[in-house]
Design a protein around this ligand. Structure first.
Ligand code: AMP
Length: 291
């Protein structure tokens, strides 16, 4: 496995591989890898000749400096995992390499961000599209892999690729969970043992909302939210940031009968904010969110 730290080296490598007609799969991450990331990597390895993983904790997408500072990092451990998984290249630039100057261009996401994490984390998705635009231009992949755990990110990347005409196929990958249903996340290390046990109920709350949709052909959005929220508030001491039910990927409150549906929640624990969701087809069956 190659470790490349500079944009110049990365572009040189890609140009060589493209000349050899090899297909490139790309998995952008912020590191501290777990089996969720590995599901994306496995899918990329199945679909492409070359798999490239980036590890970059992007300062632009953190709206709180304490969150950025506390974000777990361990490159040696990550590199060992990637090597064992048979990844071809890890791209691991510094913040100075990615942002040598204050950028002259700002990106503004005007749709799909007035709900869910877009309202709780102002500026977050602007930082995400900025770094992804740079990474897509540097890596020039055929396919990119994103976890449906971060479903709003999938919706925004879908818009980014279409609006800016990137010649890239977006592949969403279902959420990988612990045995009790907790979605794997690098932030789970910040939960105390009590919070860790309680956090399993986040997934259960989503399943309650989904069950209501499955059982009621004339289901109502507000009722999905109420059922999910009631279960969550009865079973966790964490502070609920949001519970919502929207169309997917447009993330509208008006959900037509043909639309896919997302039920999404975010909960604050003492040192971690956890998010989770289920993406359903129009009948309420799970499409993404659970293996
Ligand atoms: P992160 O390092 O948290 O930025 O995540 C990198 C990629 O891994 C994103 O596309 C995430 O959606 C995805 N990911 C994170 N957790 C999971 C999970 N539990 N299951 C599947 N994908 C995940």
């Amino acid at each position: 496995m190659l470790t490349l730290n500079t944009i110049k080296d990365m572009i040189q490598y890609i140009n060589k591989e493209k000349r050899s007609q090899r297909t490139i799969g790309f998995v952008p991450t912020m590191g501290y890898l777990h089996s969720g990331h590995r599901a994306l990597i496995d899918q990329s390895k199945k679909d492409n000749d070359i798999t490239i993983v980036s590890i970059f904790v992007n300062p632009l997408q953190f709206n709180q400096s304490s969150d950025l500072e506390q974000y777990p990092r361990d490159f040696e451990r990550d590199a060992a995992i990637l090597k064992k998984d048979g990844v071809d290249v890890v791209f691991h630039p510094t913040a100075d390499e990615m942002y040598p100057n204050q950028p002259s261009i700002e990106m503004n996401v005007t749709k799909r961000t007035d709900v869910l994490c877009g309202t709780s984390r102002p500026g977050h998705f602007e930082g995400v599209v900025m770094v992804l635009t740079k990474l897509f231009n540097i890596v020039n992949p055929d396919k990119v892999y994103f976890g449906s755990k971060d479903a709003q990110q999938v919706a925004v990347v879908d818009a980014l690729i279409k609006d800016l005409n990137f010649n890239i196929k977006l592949i969403p990958v279902s959420t990988i969970r612990e045995a009790d249903g907790l979605a794997l996340s690098s932030r789970n290390v910040h939960l105390n043992p009590y919070e860790r046990d309680e956090a399993a109920h986040i997934y259960q709350s989503l399943l309650k909302g989904q069950r209501y949709i499955m059982d009621n052909a004339d289901w109502k959005r507000n009722e999905v939210i109420n059922i999910t929220k009631s279960y969550l508030s009865e079973h966790t001491t964490g502070k609920i940031d949001y519970v919502d039910c929207l169309s997917f990927p447009n993330l509208n409150k008006d959900i037509e009968s043909k639309h896919d549906i997302i039920i999404a929640v975010a909960v604050y624990y003492e040192k971690a904010r956890l998010i989770d969701n289920l993406i359903l087809d129009s009948s309420g069956a799970i499409k993404y969110g659970s293996e």
